[in-house]
Design a protein. Sequence first.
Length: 538
Amino acid sequence: MGYLNSILKTIGFNSNMNINNYFNYFGNKYNVNSIVLLFGFYFYLQKSNSGNYLKSKIYNFVKNISIVKSLIDSKVKKTINEVKKNFLLPNHDAITKIPIKGLKIDNIYKLQEDYKNLRNFDIDKGPISGTVYYGFNKEYSMFLMNSYHNFIFSNPLHPDVFPDIRVMESEVVNMVLDLFNGDKNCCGNVTSGGTESILLACKTYRDWGLDQKGITKPEIIVAESAHAAFFKAGHYFQIKIKVIPVDTNSGKIMISKLYDAINENTVAIVGSAPSYAHGVMDNINEMSKIAYDNDIGLHVDCCLGGFILPFLKRKGLLTESYDFRLKGVTSISADTHKYGYTLKGSSLIMYNNSNLRKYQYYIKSDWNGGIYATPIISGSRSGALIAVTWSSLLYHGLDGYSKIALEIVKLKNKIVNRCREIEDLIVIGDPISSVVAFNSYHFDIFIVATQMTEKNWNLNVLQYPNSFHICLTHIHVKNNIEDKFMNDLIECVNYAKTQPNSKKKGVSAIYGMAKQINDPTIVNDVATGYLDSLTELN
């Protein structure tokens, strides 16, 4: 029974009921010795470096046995319920129907304030990783709101009605292209966010590969550190996403593996500048040469670093190249709603020429409603958001963006240097802009993450490897969080060193379960429960 107890503990079941009672309760339908033997073999393979096929077959068989399935289902349900507890609002009187008579404006303002009081974090005090990048500044906030109000009902789908928005979008694109050293042939569009920018790039390479090379089974090669949006694009657009490992020390894509992965179906490769999880920049210069020599696309995901890296480059603090100066770089995504400090819902997708961008477009020429032509995924969209993005770029200017970027990187460097002095704590790779990620081989890093949460830090928990990161913003600079963060981190690391590795709870347990049982169906069930809970009321 030891093996079965072990696997149940691995899955995360902790019950006072003896395992023999489990079998009696479920009627002992299966031969107990056979089940235990299978689990024993499974654990033997689990500790070996081979046998993945057998591991998968055995585990998939055993998990569907009624006793095991019932226990797994119970654990999944329990975990989902734990997740849902985070969204419980015991004192909230939910609105579920449109009122018969509209409310007075003052009453709605009062409700708005009540809803804002549901927040657990003061977003302007600096405990949050990323998420809000600028923080509250009364003058700047009013400037953004007034800019939005001035173009409140505009829609770039109708450029004849709103020529102002068409011009503003064109100017935004050209200003950001200049930031990435684009020439007169470069072009682009404003999108709703980094995910849409990435989706559009992947769709573009798919259609380019079909039209120019006759590729019917397109493949895009990414590092395992690439943003999840590339996998989303593969799912949506039926593109095979081929994953290359990263070097465990540097966090960068393994160039030698990239060479080997390119074949006749490859339409593009992807480099991060930097990666979301670890803040590490791939070797874009080498990747550019590879893409150019193989006549394939190179997309640079600069969503996170788009308004930091250019200013490091201008100040001589970054020697590596990543933009359109490299002849193999064919597209770049950059988010203006992060370190560009505009409102959420703004990013750019840029190309090195319009002959490539045309594959991004969707055109339905024989629709009975007229010729339907859209440059990006959405049809109607907010012209006001474009106007606010345009206004934000003009407000900060190169000097303003440069000042904030250098302050963020200075804070990042201080934290990295101090963290590298903490025994057994690892800073992953060489963080290049604003993200610092941590793991350890000597204690459970998830315990550190959980303890930091209890100290009111809202950080990002990661996996493969188990880790977490902080994404530094202007708010962290403004609140000078260095000493507070470091003191809390040191205390949490020291606590983790005294705890057994199995001591996980909260959101960390979900990542731990994913790692331990290696069963995506279970993790997907938990994630589905989380997504369902986002639109559920008490």
